[in-house]
Design a protein around this ligand. Structure first.
Ligand code: RP5
Length: 171
């Protein structure tokens, strides 16, 4: 785990939104990874179907508030990432949350199958997708912020070293 990052009190660069409080168990991994990389972010529950007006307001104002990337997690008939992408020019990274009935396949297909014209970068189902959404957000920000690029590089080097340090899987 990368420990070199410092926490920032700066304005959030990444918005982490999710359709329900119940998504937090998955989406907390995105927030944790952003924290490890020292990337200022905010976390909000914004539901496409329970709070549609809030979703429109959040997405439409995101860029002018200073956000540069949005990570949107949702499960089931997961409209949140696509609707968010429709209302903002910012890159939207979609995380399919694992649903009880269909194990997240419904979430994945809802998010990934965007018609041409409004893209959502779709990650894997569950924790892996949440972590990778944060790392992808970091990659996007790294094009503009050298300090983020350096932290991301350190994170990856540390990950490589932790594998090389224990080549025998039996520990
Ligand atoms: C979606 O419905 C949420 O993203 C969540 O994954 C799913 C279930 O929500 P709850 O019924 O747990 O609030 O909108």
């Amino acid at each position: 785990m990368y420990k070199g990052a410092v926490s920032e009190s700066a304005l959030p660069k990444v918005g982490v939104i999710m359709g329900s409080k119940s998504d937090w168990e998955t989406m907390r991994h995105a927030a944790l990874t952003l924290e490890q990389l020292g990337i200022a972010h905010e976390v909000r529950v914004v539901s496409a179907h329970r709070t549609p007006d809030l979703l429109f307001e959040y997405a439409a104002s995101a860029k002018e508030r200073g956000l540069e990337v949005i990570i949107a997690g949702a499960g089931g008939a997961a409209h949140l990432p696509g609707m968010t992408a429709a209302k903002t020019p910012l890159p939207v990274l979609g995380v399919p949350v694992e649903s009880h009935s269909l194990k997240g396949l419904d979430s994945l297909l809802s998010i990934v199958q965007m018609p041409a014209g409004i893209p959502v970068a779709t990650l894997a189902i569950g924790r892996a997708g949440a972590v990778n959404a944060a790392l992808l957000a970091a990659s996007i920000l790294a094009n503009k912020y050298p300090e983020v690029a350096a932290r991301l590089e350190a994170y990856r080097q540390q990950q490589t070293q932790s594998v090389l340090a224990q080549p025998d899987p039996r520990g």
